[in-house]
Design a binder for this molecule. Structure first.
Ligand code: NAD
Length: 486
């Protein structure tokens, strides 16, 4: 077991961060944060109330005009400092993520590097403002388009990437000149609180970023979405909660960006480089122990190579070391909580009941904590429940196909459309499928798509809008058109 403990982070506060001050919840409430490796309480955190949420909106509103008027260069330099501070504290942040989320340190280190990049990328984007001027087709006037910050934003993030899902929103919001209230997931509020500290140290003025852990997330977020000063919601989480929030946001017609669930197909054709496909499968399936919206959820393998692919995938999965995330040699940490581990097991037993076969794994190890064995399931019949929902665990179900048309049909047979993966040696086929697959992103002979410089997001019930890249900042800007004659 690693010897990292929370008290090694001297400036980690467990209070709310509102208006530049660290404060207790208005009713004094606190909630427990658990260590997924043991199920024991790590610490407690202030439990934000509806009153605290309104105070956070007060603070964000009070800071909005001066932050919007701060020069792009100054905003850029603050974000750049935040990138450097995060990078300088990468090891500490990685341990903190691993402690509260459970993920293996290697995954946590990868997350910190990825998360910090959003600050660097948006530091660079902040000074590349893009308005436009054109002559109207009639010739009567000019059309001037200004990009202005949308205003106060509510950011709601999940537990699976507690740093990266926050920076992917805070980076573009701050670059655009918006102020924010971040409501982190209740399983992982500590990383968000440390990010608040880092942003303050980088020079973010009081009230520009507020961090509000709250166990009663429904009431707290709803109160903010009904406050007329709030102009935008950016949510990352499940489709189920996304639907609720879209309805809540409808009352005030709030601008919404939604990064929701996925159900990624991973297609392997017989002409693929099988070694590369296995490497890609391991990344797409096992990054974060499968707790990623981009995780390969359904493996569709051409029948002639399916046995070999399944056997070799099982060999690699069974060689992984499962253990506490903070142990240096762990490759697969525990899942985030008991509910998550129980749900994964239920999907596995349901698949076996439906006729699937366990090639490796399929059980919860007999130890404390929320662990699940890396698992490969073969001969999974179409219609098995595991193919219809996010597994969010280290389980790879394999289905076979016989031709390209069938593969596309199976891959698109889902209400989700976040990402698809294709392995083929035929470039024309790869490009054809990249068009045919109904998802916002495609990994073509690659098992990892996430990149701060690229537009990340989904089609269908995987969401609305894009985060990252140039597109990610547009979500925090209003286009204002001025008609003028000169
Ligand atoms: P979740 O939907 O349960 O929670 C997400 C956030 O919403 C948390 O902060 C939670 O406290 C809050 N929340 C929950 N109920 C709420 C309510 N009624 N009102 C307001 N807020 C509420 O999701 P999760 O379990 O934390 O995260 C896993 C999900 O996130 C998966 O579905 C995964 O695919 C998705 N995800 C998507 C992306 C993406 O970019 N598309 C990235 C990461 C995770």
């Amino acid at each position: 077991m690693g010897d990292f403990s929370l008290d090694k982070i001297s400036d980690l506060s467990t209070e709310l961060y509102v208006g530049g001050a660290w404060t207790a919840a208005s009713d004094g409430g606190r909630f427990d944060v658990l260590d997924p490796a043991t199920g024991q309480v790590l610490t407690t955190v202030a439990d934000g109330t509806v009153d605290d949420a309104i105070s956070a909106v007060d603070a964000a509103e009070a800071a909005a005009a001066s932050w919007a008027a701060t020069s792009p260069r100054e905003r850029s330099e603050i974000l750049r400092r935040a990138f450097e501070l995060m990078t300088g504290r990468a090891d500490e942040l990685a341990h903190l993520i691993s402690l509260e989320n459970g993920k293996a340190l290697t995954d946590a280190r990868g997350e910190v590097a990825y998360a910090a990049e959003f600050f660097r990328w948006y530091a660079e984007e902040a000074v590349r403002g893009a308005g436009s001027v054109m002559t109207a087709p009639s010739g009567a006037n000019k059309i001037v388009v200004l990009h202005q910050p949308v205003g106060v934003c509510v950011l709601v993030t999940p537990w699976n990437f507690p740093a990266a899902m926050a920076t992917r929103k805070i980076g573009p919001a701050l670059a655009a000149g918006c102020t924010v209230v971040l409501k982190p997931a209740s399983d992982t509020p500590l990383t968000a609180l440390l990010m608040g500290r880092i942003l303050a140290d980088a020079g973010v003025p009081d009230g520009v970023v507020n961090v509000l852990p709250a166990r009663r997330s429904g009431a707290v977020v709803s109160a903010m979405l009904h406050d007329p000063r709030v102009r935008k919601l950016s949510f990352t989480g499940s489709t189920e909660v996304g639907r609720i929030l879209l309805k809540e946001a409808a009352d005030q017609v709030i601008n919404c960006s939604m990064e929701l669930g996925g159900n990624a197909p991973f297609l392997v054709f017989a002409d693929a480089d099988l070694d590369a496909a296995l490497d890609g499968a391991m990344v797409a399936k096992m990054r974060n122990a499968g707790e990623a919206c981009t995780a390969a959820n359904r493996f569709y393998v051409e029948a002639s190579v399916a046995d070999e692919f399944g056997r070799r995938l099982a060999e690699r999965m069974s060689a992984l070391r499962v253990g506490p995330g903070t142990d240096d040699d762990t490759q697969v940490g525990p899942l985030v909580n008991e509910e998550a581990a129980a749900k994964v097991h239920e999907l596995v037993t349901g698949t076996v009941d439906a006729g699937g076969r366990v090639v490796v794994g399929g059980t919860r190890p007999a130890r404390d904590g929320y662990y699940y064995e890396p698992t490969v399931l073969a001969d999974v019949p179409m219609g098995a429940p595991i193919l219809g929902e996010e597994i969010f665990g280290p389980v790879a179900p394999i289905v076979t196909f016989t031709d390209e048309a069938e593969a596309v049909r199976m891959a698109n047979d889902t209400e989700f459309g976040l990402v698809s993966y294709v392995y083929t040696g035929d470039l024309a086929r790869g490009l054809r499928l990249s068009e045919a697959l109904d998802s916002g992103m495609v990994g073509l002979n690659r098992g990892l798509v996430s990149d701060p410089a690229a537009p990340f997001g989904g089609t269908k019930q995987s969401g609305i809008g894009r985060e990252g890249g140039h597109e990610g900042m547009l979500d925090y800007l209003e286009s204002k058109y001025v008609a003028v004659t000169w």
